[in-house]
Ligand binder design. Structure first.
Ligand code: GLU
Length: 289
């Protein structure tokens, strides 16, 4: 069996407990399978990037003993690949230009991830005098069924629950959904292990894989670490940088034996014990070392 896993942090700040959980789960799953583990810096969204964060994340992983295989890839070095994929979809008639502003679709129904379901205004062409802003995918209502290794079977109609989503944003940036699919395929990723905040994006990604003729990886979504108020841990919700001392807590969060050495954690790794939850309260922080 070949196994290629990956961790794809966005360089928006230091790794916090939630990102440690995602990094550790994907590393352990790869190592327990005797597979490779890649690190990719998801730095496509330049405006959200924090100077120095990517290097700090890599140093952190290295110091923690979460060693990766091969070269670290940065999305900003791969724009040509995203452009090619987008052109293939365009040539197949699967995309269209949209001239709507966010305000113009603000009244549409809420989509599964809290954004708006695009009402299809520009699907048949831009109205005269409207400038193209974003490029969207013509989605299909046929449900996408995904067998997540932890979350079980998930079925989602992308057209019905998300709508025609953006592939190239109004600011000219390629959308995460397109980039992640191209990256995972180019890197030969067989297993995506990440936080369940991305579970609702997975059907969009599988749809794009099918339309582009790319292989579909296996998926495993671990619970997202949330605050007592139910908010995802982030800089905004006051999450501090993770410490190596947080490893046992992260293992416990994942339903595993809270051992402190990585070799034992690999030996004990049992994905069947990961809680089948989309989110879970983060444990109280470890005292600062
Ligand atoms: N860069 C994304 C994040 O930090 C993760 C992308 C992925 O794992 O597909 O949330």
């Amino acid at each position: 069996m070949t196994y290629v896993g990956r961790f794809a942090p966005s360089p928006t700040g230091p790794l916090h407990f939630g990102s440690l959980v995602a990094a550790l789960a994907s590393w352990l799953d790869a190592r327990a399978a005797g597979g490779q583990w890649l690190v990719r810096i998801d730095d496509l969204d330049r405006p959200r990037e924090k100077q120095g964060a990517a290097d700090a994340i890599l140093k952190w992983l290295e110091a923690a003993g979460l060693h990766w295989d091969g070269e670290v890839i940065r999305q900003t070095a791969r724009l040509e690949r995203y452009r090619e994929a987008l052109e293939r979809l365009e040539r197949a008639g699967l995309t269209y230009w949209c001239g709507c502003s966010r305000r113009e679709i603000a009244d549409s129904a809420l989509s599964i991830d809290g954004a708006r379901i695009y009402p299809g205004t520009c699907r048949e062409g831009l109205a005269p005098g409207r400038a193209p802003r974003a490029m969207r995918l013509r989605t299909e209502s046929e449900p996408i069924v995904l067998a997540d290794r932890v979350q079980g079977e998930i079925s989602q109609s992308v057209a019905g629950e998300v709508g025609d989503f953006v592939l190239r944003r109004a600011d000219g940036l390629f959308a995460y959904q397109l980039a992640v699919v191209v990256d995972d395929a180019d890197q030969g990723v067989t297993d995506v292990v990440r936080g369940a905040d991305l579970l609702d994006s997975t059907a969009r990604q599988i749809l794009l894989q099918r339309l582009l003729g790319l292989p579909e990886p296996r998926y495993l979504h671990v619970p997202v670490a949330v605050t007592a108020a139910g908010e995802k841990l982030s800089k905004q919700t006051g999450a501090r940088e993770a410490h190596i001392e947080d490893f046992p807590r992260a293992l416990e969060f994942l339903g595993q034996e809270p051992v402190s050495d990585l070799a034992a954690a690999v030996r004990n790794w049992d994905p069947a014990r990961i809680p089948q939850l989309r989110s879970k309260r983060a444990p109280p922080a470890a005292p600062s070392p």
